[in-house]
Design a protein around this ligand. Structure first.
Ligand code: SF4
Length: 377
């Protein structure tokens, strides 16, 4: 049997999906019982919690995940909104509406337009802002972000970015300008599938992308976000890979907070069909397993999911919800704006999302960080 943990101590490499598949599908209900009864869990325990054998123990997993979430995060759920800056992209990702070959209306917001969109979100009550863009450095690069963040940092408690992968020096520059966290999703940890869906552009270099969270953490970012796009490869093996990546980052960058996102594929320009199906109970199992494996990781559940499911998951693991989202640049000022990255499902406003969270006895938190901490660094 491969020694996953020893391997991850040396360096974080693209996991071998065949070995992970073998590990996951050999687990039985005794392995699941053992994983559930422990205080600290190994990668093998995570594989057991993600295995088909664990599907029968979903209620027990939900209860354990709820208990651990309450212990670590209390009854708070952070609310954030994405602000799309640019829909230009140099990459050819078969599953994405922004993919370079898609004939969509594209735009990059001017700094003034981006500031107006951000202030609109501030007026709606958002304190945590996520700046998102396609990956086209020639259209939107570090200088643009430095200027925009310089204008916005006094208005927001935290500013995160989800843009093209950068080098450590650029992440340092952005941290200095006021960016506090970086999200960079691997999309899939399955090498064969990665090659099949990333046809051209810088993103086809899987290894560079895999090392990006470490570069962001090394640059001093307060928080780094990982993720896998569900619908490309076996979700159980993506979950184990995420666990390996998380564990590796914890060992090497213990000072950095980590989050994980599990976006399920949504309809988008290009009409790409998911290569594997991932149901709601699968997504729930993935969330429970990651929470039980890593008690401190922030878990995001975005507006890709419908309101009913998001409401049902309150208190069972997720710690952060997006709300009132639009995925087209300029879409907050102009609701008719075309050119979205993908269609969202949960259309509720921020107030409606907060009301539903409160109705379940939890606190929607619009601010859990202050820039004063960053100035002290
Ligand atoms: S997934 Fe990201 S990198 Fe790929 S086409 Fe879409 S915006 Fe570009």
């Amino acid at each position: 049997m491969p020694d996953f943990e020893a391997n991850s101590l040396i360096d974080f490499k693209a996991p071998d999906f065949r070995e992970i598949t073998d590990l996951v599908y050999r687990c039985n209900s005794a392995d699941v019982d053992s994983a559930l009864s422990k205080e600290r869990r190994s990668i093998r325990d995570l594989a057991a919690l993600l295995s088909p054998a664990a599907a029968e123990q979903l209620p027990a997993m939900a209860a354990r995940a709820a208990e651990l979430t309450a212990l670590r995060f209390g009854r708070a759920i952070q609310i954030y909104a994405p602000l799309y800056l640019s829909s230009f992209c140099a990459n050819h990702c078969r599953y994405c509406g922004f993919s370079a070959e898609n004939k969509i209306e594209r735009r990059v917001l001017t700094i003034d337009e981006a500031e107006r969109e951000a202030l609109l979100l501030a007026e709606r009550g958002f304190n945590h802002l996520l700046l998102v863009s396609g990956e086209a450095p020639a259209k939107m690069g570090v200088e643009y972000l430095e200027e925009l963040v310089g204008r916005l940092r006094a208005r927001f408690a935290s500013i995160s970015i989800e843009i093209q992968p950068l080098g450590e020096a650029d992440y340092r520059r952005l941290f200095k300008s006021g960016v506090t966290s970086v999200a960079v999703y691997q999309e899939t940890y399955d090498r064969d599938i990665y090659e099949k869906v990333h046809l051209a552009g810088p993103k086809s270099d899987m290894i560079y992308r895999l090392a990006t969270p470490a570069r962001a953490a090394a640059a001093g970012m307060r928080e780094v976000g990982l993720g896998a796009l569900l619908g490309l490869s076996d979700w159980r093996c993506e979950g184990v890979s995420l666990g390996l990546h998380l564990a590796w980052l914890r060992r090497h960058y213990w000072q950095t907070a980590l989050t994980v996102s599990f976006p399920r594929m949504r309809p988008a320009a290009g009409d790409f069909e998911p290569m594997v199906s991932v149901g709601e109970s699968d997504l729930a199992q993935l969330l429970f397993a990651l929470r039980i494996f890593d008690h401190d990781v922030g878990l995001l559940l975005s507006t890709r999911e419908e309101a009913r499911f998001r409401n049902g998951m309150i208190g069972l693991g997720p710690t952060r919800y997006s709300a009132g989202s639009c995925t087209a640049p300029g879409g907050y000022s102009n609701p008719d704006q075309q050119g979205e990255q993908f269609a969202i499902d949960d259309q509720r406003t921020i107030d409606e999302v907060c009301r539903d969270i409160r109705a379940r006895g939890f606190d929607p938190v619009r601010k859990d960080w202050d820039t004063v901490f960053q100035q002290a660094v």
